[in-house]
Design a protein around this ligand. Sequence first.
Ligand SMILES: [Zn+2]
Length: 152
Amino acid sequence: MRVPMTEYLFIDLDTERWICRVCAHDFGDARGNYKEGTLVHDRDPREIHPPVIDPEKYEFTFSPDPAYCRILEFYCPTCGTQIEAEYLPPGHPPTVDMLWDIDSLREKWEARGDDPEEVVNYGPGENAVTDLSARFDSVGGHSHSTHREGEH
Ligand SMILES: [Zn+2]
């Protein structure tokens, strides 16, 4: 049983692994931090937030100071989907944004008796579509189309 946890992450309760909802990449132990299984891009915030006003004339602009702020982007190493992003001081390790009680999660979904993939009806957006269905189907045992145009 796979439980959608975010737009791009499942927890597979059978294997207790974090799984990419786009391509079925395995990010690691569902009792741990999925970010350890991602590719991380440490971004200079000036690339994301332009200064708007002339940085030659003004000490402070609309760009965060890269000496105080970095933007960490987390990507699936298989399909390249951006899974998460966060703002941190330079050198700060990635945060742990989700730690789940897997036993309780399993207990609640089993008691409910529904398929979480049918009940949770949000998912990867159209811009996340990639044709890795062969890999996805071989991992999950379910039949899923990765063509999600028009679905939300
Ligand atoms: Zn992926």
